[in-house]
Design a protein around this ligand. Structure first.
Ligand code: CP
Ligand code: NVA
Length: 314
C-alpha cells in the first residue's frame, strides 16, 4: 500500500458489529469455503504484507494469522510491541501512520479499546482487533463457524458462563445477536455485560430475531442450551484472582452443569483453558467438546475476514 490517504470505503474490524448481519454471514460463508479448500483464494488480490502486533501474549492468534496470511499469498510481519518503539512510548497515532506506509492491513492485540480506536483513526489501511479488553471479534467468527458446522446459527441458543463483562462475554453477546442466536448469560453481579452492550445487542436483535437474557443462575442459563461456552476467570492483565475465583466458582463448566444442556449440546472455549477452574478435564476432553475445531477455525475465519476487508477497502 503506497497510498497515503485512507480509501473512502476503508473498513476496520474493531468489534463484532463492525460487520452487519449480512456481512458476517458472507465472511462465515467464505470461511467455510476456505476450510474445505485452504488454497481456494477468493477472487481478489489478497493481502500483501500484514503487520500483526502483540501487546499481550498469544498462541492461537499469532499462529493462525501468520499461517493464514501465508496461505492467502501474503507476507506477515509478526511483532511483539515491546520490541518496537511502541514499547518505548512512540505514540499509537505515529505508529499507525508509519505502518500504513508499509503494509496492507494491521492486526493488533492490545489493552484498552481507546488504543485500537486511535490506531484505526490514524491508519490508512484496515485495522483488525486481535483481542482487546473489550472485544475478541476474530474469536467469535471462529466460534460461529464452529457452531454452524453443527446447527443453523439463527434460532440456536448459546449459554455463556462466568466472566461475561470482559472481551469474550461482550463479543459473544454481540456476534451471536448478529447471527440471530439466543444468548443466555450465566454470571454473577459484577460479571454481567454492561448496559451499553446489552442495549447494542437489543438494537441488533430487533432486526435479527435473536435475544439476550442474563441470569445469575448457572443452571437456568444452561438449561436446554444448544451451545455452552466459557472463558478464563482471570484474563490477561487482571489482578485480584482470589476474589474472582471465589465469585465465579459456581459457574464452572463441569459434567453436572453440562447435564442440563441439550443432549446434543456442543461445548466451546476460546482457549487457553485453565483446567479445573472455569472448565473441567471431563468436559473439555469429553464428547460434547469442539474446542479444537474452534481453535482450527481461527485460521479459516481470519483468512476470510482479511480477504473480505481488503476487498471492501480497496
Ligand atoms: N483464543 C485466543 O485468542 O488464544 P491466544 O491467546 O493463544 O491467541
Ligand atoms: N479473556 C481472555 C481470552 C484469552 C484468549 C483474556 O483476555 O485473557
Amino acid at each position: 500500500n503506497l497510498k497515503h490517504s485512507a480509501p473512502l470505503n476503508l473498513k476496520h474490524f474493531l468489534k463484532d458489529d463492525d460487520l452487519t448481519p449480512a456481512q458476517q454471514a458472507e465472511v462465515l460463508d467464505l470461511a467455510a469455503k476456505l476450510k474445505a479448500d485452504r488454497y481456494a483464494y477468493p477472487a481478489l488480490a489478497g493481502p500483501k504484507s500484514v503487520a500483526v502486533i502483540f501487546e499481550k501474549p498469544s498462541t492461537r492468534t499469532r499462529l493462525s494469522f501468520d499461517v493464514g496470511i501465508a496461505e492467502l499469498g501474503g507476507h506477515s510481519v509478526v511483532i511483539d510491541a515491546q520490541s518496537t518503539q511502541l514499547g518505548r512510548g512512540e505514540t499509537v497515532a505515529d505508529t499507525a501512520r508509519v505502518l500504513s506506509r508499509y503494509v496492507s492491513a494491521i492486526v493488533i492485540r492490545t489493552f484498552g479499546d481507546d488504543r485500537i480506536a486511535e490506531l484505526a483513526e490514524h491508519a490508512t489501511v484496515p485495522v483488525v482487533n486481535a483481542l482487546t479488553d473489550g472485544w475478541h471479534p476474530c474469536q467469535l467468527l471462529a466460534d460461529l463457524q464452529t457452531i454452524a458446522e453443527h446447527k443453523p446459527l439463527k434460532g440456536t441458543s448459546i449459554a455463556y458462563l462466568g466472566d461475561a463483562a470482559f472481551n469474550m462475554g461482550n463479543s459473544t453477546v454481540i456476534a451471536s445477536s448478529l447471527a440471530g442466536m439466543h444468548v443466555r448469560i450465566g454470571a454473577p453481579e459484577g460479571y454481567q455485560p454492561a448496559a451499553e452492550v446489552l442495549e447494542r445487542a437489543a438494537r441488533i436483535n430487533a432486526a435479527t430475531g435473536g435475544s439476550v437474557t442474563v441470569t445469575a443462575d448457572p443452571v437456568e442459563a444452561v438449561a436446554g442450551a444448544d451451545v455452552v461456552s466459557t472463558d478464563a476467570w482471570v484474563s490477561m492483565g487482571m489482578a485480584d484472582s482470589a476474589k474472582r475465583f471465589g465469585d465465579l466458582r459456581a459457574y464452572q463448566l463441569n459434567a453436572d452443569l453440562l447435564a442440563h444442556a441439550a443432549a446434543d449440546a456442543i461445548v466451546l472455549h476460546c482457549l487457553p483453558a485453565h483446567r479445573g477452574e472455569e472448565i473441567t478435564d471431563e468436559v473439555i476432553d469429553g464428547p460434547h467438546s469442539r474446542v479444537f475445531d474452534q481453535a482450527e477455525n481461527r485460521l479459516h475465519a481470519q483468512k476470510a475476514l482479511l480477504a473480505w476487508l481488503l476487498k471492501e477497502s480497496a
